[in-house]
Design a protein around this ligand. Sequence first.
Ligand SMILES: [Zn+2]
Length: 228
Amino acid sequence: MTDSSTVLGQERAAVADACRRLGAEGLLIGTAGNVSVRAEDRVAITATGAVLAELTADQVTVVDLDGKVVAGMLEPTSELDLHLGVYRRYGTGAVVHTHAPMATALSLVLDELPCIHYQLLTLGGTVRVAPYATFGTPELAESVLAALEGRSAALMANHGAVTHAPTLDKAVEHALLLEWACGVYQRAAALGPPRVLDEHQQLAVIEAAIARNYGTTRPVPPEQEGTR
Ligand SMILES: [Zn+2]
């Protein structure tokens, strides 16, 4: 084992940056939550007990896909099995787990967050709530993995939320989007039963997004030049 900061140095710094951003946005409170990014068969993951909003790269541990520590001085998060399970089953690039307040609140009362806004389609639509199990257990990892089928986000009953994506930036964006949607749902539900996008409306959004390359910046087309 080595503590060389050159082992996944960029990835460890990126995990620390992501944690500080999520902390600043109010999604990571104290030592609760964990973040990881994968580089081939290595995973840079937050250490257990670290204050995430102030995380530094030396508080990020490097493990292999079996969970064996290959660099870093600190024990990895107790949700290591959950992160490794997401990488193994879904071949993704980064995982974010938070106890964000809106997501956690909804996880107490809902079985799923319905597709109340078209932006949720970037997470796969309806977000399932994984049944409760004790933190850090294989039962919890299995419950969450099942809830993530065909989705890039899940709520965890009486616990929090998890998102994954090909890149760490995207996984962070997904976590922020999920928390925003949970907040919107909560406010709406206080006023009355929220309307939900039906299957046709969801399909039309996907078709429009493909046709318009939604979510990316593009140069102004020549016919619109001069109208800025
Ligand atoms: Zn947790």
